[in-house]
Design a protein around this ligand. Structure first.
Ligand SMILES: N=c1c2ncn([C@@H]3O[C@H](COP(=O)(O)OP(=O)(O)OP(=O)(O)O)[C@@H](O)[C@H]3O)c2ncn1[C@@H]1O[C@H](COP(=O)(O)O)[C@@H](O)[C@H]1O
Length: 104
């Protein structure tokens, strides 16, 4: 099990928790648009940290991003395995071939 699988399992458990005791439950209760907004904010913070070049900050922002992405997947009824399956389908294919297939 990867750290993402473990985190995702925790998120599934916490979705139905008391929102006053659980960030996952509180954010989930605000709806998918709010979760998606948080993913966007954390992605920007990760990108800005990368430009700044502080490796510890990049790692911390990346962890925030992955966490919020997992909350979003859970809300969309997608599991990490669904994402891994897409990544595995792309394994061994050139990124340029992938790009060409998307634009055709
Ligand atoms: N990995 C995380 C994790 N990463 C980040 N965060 C929270 O994500 C929030 C987002 O950070 P921001 O700086 O954007 O803060 P904010 O101002 O509080 O956010 P908003 O008010 O805008 O929503 C912070 O409150 C962090 O604590 C996390 N909260 C929970 N987890 C994991 O989820 C598990 C369940 O958490 P609870 O649901 O709180 O029990 C925990 O045990 C952890 O394993």
């Amino acid at each position: 099990m990867t750290a993402i699988d473990t985190l995702y399992a925790t998120i599934l458990e916490r979705r139905a928790a008391d929102p006053s005791e659980s960030y996952v439950a509180a954010l989930t209760g605000k709806g998918r648009a709010k979760i998606a907004q948080k993913v966007g904010e954390e992605a920007v913070e990760t990108a800005l940290a990368a430009v700044g070049g502080d490796r510890a900050q990049i790692a911390a922002e990346s962890a925030d991003l992955l966490f919020h992405l997992c909350v979003l997947w859970a809300d969309c009824d997608l599991s990490p395995q669904d994402i891994y399956a897409v990544l595995e389908q792309r394994q061994g294919r050139s990124g340029l071939a992938e790009k060409a297939s998307r634009s055709s």
